[in-house]
Design a protein around this ligand. Structure first.
Ligand code: 8YV
Length: 339
C-alpha cells in the first residue's frame, strides 16, 4: 500500500547567501530555494525565482517593488534581514496582502557602536593618518600632524532619534561627557530626553551647533538629500558628519565638494547613494572614512538578524505571530486595502 502524499509545504526563496544553519532551519518548514553562490538577482531574475513562492527571505540588496509583487501572485510574506525596509514597496505589499517584516532591536547596540566608532575615526583622522603611514610618508613627529577635534565634551548632534540614535546618544552623553542635541520627526517624551540627556532642537540649530553630526534617520522620499550643499553650509568648518543610516540621505557629490574645500573638517560614511557604487569624488578626497555598509556586521548580530528574519518567515507562513511585522494590518490569506 502506498503511503498518502506528504502535505505540500510552502515554497520560499532565500535570495542571498546566509548562515547555512538558518537555511537548514527554514528547510524544516518549507521547500527552500537558496542561493549559496550569492548571485545578485536583478528584477527579472527575482521574478523568475519567486514564481510559486509563498515567502521571500530578502536583504537590503533586493528591491521588492510593485512590478515584482504584481508578477509574483503566490507571494504572502517578505522577510527582510534588515531593520531598514526602503527596498520594499510597503504600500504595494499592503495593497496585495503581502506581509513585510524586518529585524529591529537585535542590531541596535552593534550599529550604535559602529556609528560612534566612525564618528571618532573622522574626528581623530584615523584612516587618513593610517593611509599616510602606509604610503611611507611618516618621517618625523610634528606638533600639528593629523590634529583633529575632541570627541569628549563636544556637542553631538543626532538627526533621527530612533533606537540606534538613542544608542549613540547614550554613548556620547554617558560615556564621553558630550552635550547631546537632536532633531527628529517626533520629539521624544521628557522622561526619555532626561535619561538620554538630549535636547531637542530644530534642524538648522542642529546643523549649526553640532561638533559631530551623526545621521540615523530612515530613508524615504522626504529624507532624500536631507544633507546637501545648503545644509553643509550651515555646519561649522571644524565639524564632522557621519552617516550610518542610508545612502541617498546625503548628497554625496555636495559632500565631496565640502570636504575638498574644507567647509567641514571630515566625514565618515558607511552607506552610499547607489551602493555598492561609491561616488568617484568621495574616493579622491582624503578627509573621509569610507566603509562598505558594515555597521551591523558582527557575527553575533548578523546571526541574530538572520534568525529573526527566519522567525518572521516561519511564524507568518505557519499561522503564528511574526515578531516584527512592518505592515501588521495585512491578514495572511486576505487582501486588505491600503490604509
Ligand atoms: C544590513 C542595514 O546589513 O538593517 C539595516 O537596515 O542597513 C544593515 O544592517 C543591510 O541592510 C542588509 O540587509
Amino acid at each position: 500500500m502506498s503511503s498518502p502524499p506528504a502535505p505540500s509545504r510552502p515554497a520560499v526563496l532565500v535570495a542571498r547567501a546566509v548562515f547555512p544553519e538558518v537555511v537548514e532551519r527554514l528547510r524544516r518548514h518549507f521547500e527552500v530555494e537558496d542561493n549559496p553562490a550569492d548571485e545578485i538577482f536583478d528584477k527579472a531574475a527575482l521574478i523568475t525565482r519567486l514564481a510559486g513562492k509563498a515567502g521571500a527571505f530578502t536583504t537590503g540588496s533586493e528591491r521588492i517593488d510593485a512590478d515584482v509583487l504584481a508578477a509574483s501572485p503566490s507571494l504572502r510574506v517578505v522577510a527582510n534581514m534588515a531593520v531598514g525596509y526602503n527596498n520594499l514597496d510597503i504600500a504595494a505589499c499592503t495593497a496585495r496582502g503581502v506581509l513585510a517584516t524586518n529585524t529591529p532591536d537585535v542590531l541596535t547596540e552593534t550599529t550604535a557602536d559602529f556609528g560612534f566608532a566612525l564618528m571618532m575615526a573622522a574626528a581623530r583622522r584615523i584612516t587618513e593618518s593610517e593611509h599616510f603611514l602606509r604610503r611611507g610618508e611618516w618621517d618625523r613627529w610634528a606638533y600639528d600632524m593629523f590634529t583633529g577635534s575632541d570627541v569628549h565634551g563636544a556637542t553631538l548632534g543626532i538627526l533621527g532619534m530612533g533606537r540606534i540614535g538613542q544608542g549613540i546618544a547614550r554613548r556620547g552623553a554617558h560615556g564621553f561627557g558630550m552635550k547631546v542635541i537632536y532633531h527628529n520627526r517626533n520629539r521624544l517624551d521628557a522622561e526619555l530626553e532626561g535619561r538620554l540627556a538630549a535636547r531637542y532642537v530644530d534642524k538648522a540649530t542642529l546643523l549649526a551647533e553640532a561638533d559631530h553630526l551623526v545621521l540615523v534617520l530612515p530613508y524615504s522620499p522626504q529624507s532624500h538629500h536631507a544633507i546637501g550643499s545648503a545644509e553643509l553650509a550651515l555646519m561649522k568648518p571644524t565639524a564632522t558628519l557621519t552617516n550610518v543610516a542610508r545612502g541617498g540621505i546625503v548628497d554625496d557629490a555636495a559632500l565631496a565638494d565640502a570636504l575638498r574645500e574644507r567647509r567641514i573638517a571630515s566625514a565618515a560614511l558607511d552607506v552610499f547613494e547607489g551602493e555598492p557604487k561609491v561616488h568617484p569624488d568621495l574616493l579622491t578626497v582624503p578627509n573621509v572614512v569610507l566603509t562598505p555598509h558594515i555597521a551591523s556586521a558582527t557575527v553575533a548580530t548578523r546571526r541574530a538578524m538572520a534568525e529573526l528574519a527566519a522567525d518572521n518567515l516561519i511564524a507568518a507562513l505557519t499561522g503564528g505571530r511574526p515578531p516584527a511585522p512592518v505592515n501588521p494590518q495585512v491578514l495572511l490569506g486576505g487582501v486588505l486595502p491600503p490604509r
